[in-house]
Design a protein around this ligand. Structure first.
Ligand code: AKG
Ligand code: FE2
Length: 368
């Protein structure tokens, strides 16, 4: 059975004209409210031109990538080769989908026959208990790759061709980033790509954040790290909301226009032996504007066992994680997400946490 509130769309809750405050199910306890931000740091969010990363002699761009990954775990991507028109079309089609009548959207619903919850499809994230504080967002979650495993019945008609094309384009950008990250570690460019395997999985999460009468009381999306090797994020061009935790302070990620954002996921943290770290991030809402985002998550083949590779393990940097089946990480992610934990901690995959803390800022990377 699913939780009784599992089919309660936030968009429907938010549409109540008399609503002056969110229902208690969404209200965070005082200490967890998203009220404090570091106003200065956002000016320093790193920017990397992916088209330059492919140039073997572009030492400057590789150095920027290196510093971005080590200090933030995310960076703004320019030079990705996707046109403004194409990205606008995706965002517009996404907006159109979320503005469809509820019955239309529910044709892609993620609660099957009122009794079974699944990740794939349109709805809200999984509810496990009455105590769980819910996020102020609805989302459409789709599996994109491998292509022969797509379940098109969950793909909205108006988005199908666009999603297909965007999968190809964002896959290209992701592979370029993975190649450049491998080179930073003095490995050949296929190092991470081979680790994810040919039949790697990719998923999209289209998230819709309705306006909230009291943004100070709720999470648009709770603090989390991503279940991916890397995530490629396309965000609303009109309004910000994403925040990243940097050195213990929440920092606003600015509106990026046509630029994308790469976020390191926990999978990368494991396969880089914690040289690259997955940042905590969250989304805050606005009182008068809706917001959209589209995240693409890349994960290794589910039957693979991943762990820190031998070449990145040595006396000074012992293995920071146990070996783990990718499918176990993927399943554990949702249990961890519900309680606001990281998967590697929730599943006890982390070892050598102390060694990791000591090595902070002393990662071994190439200086080419
Ligand atoms: O809405 C956003 O900007 C971020 C979404 C996100 O973090 C996610 O989908 O994992
Ligand atoms: Fe995320």
């Amino acid at each position: 059975m699913v939780h009784q509130d599992q089919e309660k769309l936030v968009q429907v809750v938010a549409a109540d004209v008399g609503l002056v405050a969110p229902p208690s199910r969404y209200v965070l306890s005082e200490e967890n409210r998203p009220t404090t931000v570091d106003q200065q740091a956002k000016l320093f969010i790193p920017i990397v031109d992916v088209s330059r990363l492919a140039m073997p002699d572009d030492v400057e761009e590789a150095a920027k990538l290196c510093s971005a990954l080590q200090s933030w775990g995310l960076f703004v991507v320019t030079g990705h080769g996707m046109s403004k028109e194409f990205l606008d079309e995706i965002l517009e089609a996404t907006r159109k989908f979320f503005h469809l009548p509820l019955e239309e959207k529910q044709k892609c619903g993620n609660v099957i026959d009122g009794v079974k919850f699944q990740n794939e499809g349109y709805g809200i994230d999984r509810i496990d208990s009455d105590e769980q504080i819910l996020d102020w967002c609805d989302r459409l979650w789709l599996q994109l790759q491998p292509e022969d495993e797509r379940r098109l019945q969950f793909w909205p008609q108006n988005l199908r061709d666009l999603i297909h094309e965007y999968t190809l384009e964002s896959g290209r950008v992701t592979m370029d980033v993975l190649k450049a990250m491998a080179k930073l570690l003095n490995q050949e460019e296929g190092f991470f790509i081979n680790m994810v395997g040919e039949r790697f999985k990719s998923y999209s999460r289209f998230t819709y954040y309705p306006p909230c009468p009291r943004p100070d009381l709720v999470n648009g999306l709770k603090p989390h790290t991503d279940n991916s090797v890397i995530t490629l994020l396309l965000m609303d061009k009109d309004i910000g909301g994403l925040q990243v935790l940097k050195d213990g302070h929440w920092v606003d990620v600015p509106v990026l226009g046509n630029d994308l954002l790469v976020v390191v996921g926990e999978g990368m943290e494991i396969v880089s032996n914690a040289i690259f770290k997955a940042p905590w991030h969250r989304v805050v809402t606005s009182a008068n504007k809706e917001r959209l985002s589209l995240a693409m998550f890349y994960q290794p083949e589910p039957e693979r066992i991943i762990g820190p590779p031998g070449v990145l393990v040595h006396e000074k940097r012992p293995a920071m994680f146990k070996k783990c089946l990718v499918q176990t990480l993927a399943d554990g992610y949702w249990d961890a997400f519900v309680v606001g934990d990281r998967t590697v901690d929730f599943l006890n995959v982390r070892i050598n946490a102390e060694a990791d803390a000591e090595l902070e800022g002393h990662a071994v990377v190439a200086n080419n």
